[in-house]
Design a protein around this ligand. Structure first.
Ligand code: TYM
Length: 324
């Protein structure tokens, strides 16, 4: 099974990124082949400062390595280091109906908010389709918000195959039920654009402050509360060991507790959960040459595969005259 996923370097990673996607990357990295990349071309649709984009891209690589991505197993690379994908994007674009992209949520939401969207954002799902198809991917581990994009990818692949013959392998999304949509500090989906994130490598002190400010309801302390529907409990269950979760769930059902105690427990559990990755992050951050080597090696391994797929697609649609 071939696994592939990408993540945008648009700022520091948060719990939604980790529990929705990165944790799956690491669990799946021992499959036949696992390709993970930092989607800097996608990030260009939001990050317009070159130095910031470069820094975010390097930080993303360091974070992924610190979180347990093992370059001896997985191929880790930067999206723009594989130009074959941009070429494949064009081949796909020529067969992409406008209506399909008009229905995609990133573009639709921006327009609904009265903001002007650029062609990069409009075509974002096609670049993502090329990312996936270029590696003959079977499985794409992501959070629930990416499902629509993977459906678009499948639609484009089916229609290309229908027109030109069997060129692309059809991928499937892999979404974890328990963390498909990690809530933020306000109970909405955790997202940088909602300003409700808990970052993975934030200093423990400011993070604790953020956790203490998580919004909660105003039901009296004595009242029993169903744990499943409470976002504070959901956050706790991501970082706490199983037995502590069971105990906390029982406390919720019994009632007679304050949310302040739960917040403190979330902060303690988070600090313990990420302690090892935090230490590893310091080691990787102190070795920029090693990080560059990992990314360079990843790019050449990725280009080999993407080059073959691009050749297959170019041959099929008749743009490769000399190779025929
Ligand atoms: P991005 O960078 O927005 O997010 C990276 C991954 O984190 C997941 N995620 C979440 N999961 C659960 N709960 C949340 N609150 C949450 N917030 C983020 C996302 O679902 C995603 O899996 N378009 C992609 C990047 C991309 C890509 C690809 C992904 C480019 N090409 C090819 C897969 C395959 C994106 O914007 O992810």
């Amino acid at each position: 099974m071939r696994v592939l996923s990408g993540i945008q370097p648009t700022g520091r990673f948060h719990w939604g990124n980790y529990f929705g996607a990165i944790r799956q990357y690491i669990d799946l990295q021992h499959e036949d082949a696992a390709f993970y990349f930092i989607a800097n071309l996608h990030a260009l649709t939001t990050v317009r400062d070159p130095e910031v984009l470069r820094q975010y891209t390097l930080d993303a690589a360091i974070d992924l390595l610190a979180l347990g991505l093992d370059p001896d197993h997985a191929v880790l690379f930067v999206q723009s280091d594989v130009p074959e994908v941009s070429e494949l994007t064009w081949l796909l674009l020529t067969g992409t109906p406008m209506g399909l992209l008009e229905r995609c949520h990133a573009y639709k939401d921006k327009k609904a908010r009265g903001l002007s969207a650029d062609a990069g954002l409009f075509n974002y799902p096609v670049l993502m389709a090329a990312d996936i198809l270029a590696y003959d991917s079977d499985t794409v581990p992501v959070g629930a918000d990416q499902l629509q994009h993977i459906e678009v990818c499948r639609d484009l692949a089916v229609s290309f195959n229908h027109h030109y013959g069997e060129v692309f392998r059809l991928p499937k999304a892999k979404i974890l039920d328990a963390s498909a949509k990690v809530p933020g500090t306000d109970g909405e989906k955790m997202s940088k654009s909602y300003n409700n994130t808990l970052e993975l490598f934030e200093d423990p002190k400011p993070q604790r402050k953020k956790i203490m400010r998580i919004t909660t309801d105003s039901r009296p302390m004595e009242e029993p509360k169903p744990p499943e529907s409470d976002h504070l409990f959901q956050l706790f269950s991501l970082v706490a060991p199983d037995d502590a979760c069971e105990e906390m769930a029982a406390t919720y059902r019994r009632g007679g507790f304050g949310y302040g105690e739960v917040k403190k427990a979330v902060a303690d559990a988070a600090e313990a959960y990420f302690a090892e990755a935090r230490a590893r992050r310091e080691e990787w951050a102190a070795a920029p040459d090693r990080v560059a080597e990992v990314l360079g090696d990843g790019a050449s391994r990725a280009r080999k595969v993407a080059g073959e797929v691009l050749r297959r697609a170019s041959d099929a649609c008749g743009v490769s005259v000399r190779s025929k």
